[in-house]
Write a protein that binds this ligand. Sequence first.
Ligand code: DC
Length: 324
Amino acid sequence: MFFLLTSFTVVAIPYVIERFGLRVRFGLFALLFWLFVFQFVLIFSIDALLQNFATSMPDWLESMLTTLGGFAFVTIGITPIITLVLAAAYLLFALGQWLFDKDEKDLPTPQTHFTVAIDGPAASGKGTLARRIAEAYGFHHLDTGLTYRAVAKALMDQNMPLDDEFLAEKAARSVDLTKLDRAVLSAHAVGEAASKVAVMPAVRRALVAMQHSFAERSPGAVLDGRDIGTVVCPDAPVKLYITASPEARARRRYDEIRSNGGGANYEAILEDLTRRDARDMGRTDSPLKPAADAHLLDTTEMDIETAFLSAKTLIDQALAKNTH
Ligand code: DC
């Protein structure tokens, strides 16, 4: 009777707690219950052994079994008491949590950070779009291309080879995200060198880790690059893949250089972009490609404001979902 009652209590209390969603672990009680059952089995087997074979047993074995049986007998009473005390403590704790956290649980969980991942080939307009989004939502912005450029620039400044993975990884680990100077890093030669260092897995690993922690900044972050939606932030709630025909991209770059007073050759720019695309899309580690859940935006015939409005619709929908 005692056994039946205690075992029922031992199982029933945590079950009730769990049943009402009070987030109490059942495992500890189950373990104590089985310990209880095991002690019962142990004590009965020892008793049976002693009754049947005591006469043929050496003294030392008989006294050892008697001690073991006594020990099991004592703990058999203690186990359900421990279990009951624990169950009662859990019950009080869980009830307190349920009563006092009830109001807080009903509120939507505040969003601590929100990531917008933007990928696309060179001159697709992803950088301009990323800046526009960051400005509109008050989010942090990181042009991840600058991080690869910073590695290339560091190697170039020290006359180091661009294909030594060990040296490049060291340079990558020293990149300071607060000191990325766009004016210096946007030089054409630095971009060319960057696409060479970007094929090295050790460089990518070091930079991806930095980019990943940047993405967790509050209240949100916009990152643009080649592998943001696929590798850096695969869980980003909004992923955009910005594309445009190579001709449109080459024309944009040409106009940009001309408007800054520079000399440019459209054919050379187009050739350069095509070569860069092939390198970015063809490398084995993190090639440029849209994530399976990315929204594609073709900006060949689209101005930045139209692209921004499409992105804004997606971001607003995702933000609304994220508050539930
Ligand atoms: O976007 P950009 O031209 O500044 O990028 C420079 C190089 O860095 C480019 O060739 C590809 C590489 N890159 C990359 O591999 N992954 C990124 N997330 C960003 C840039």
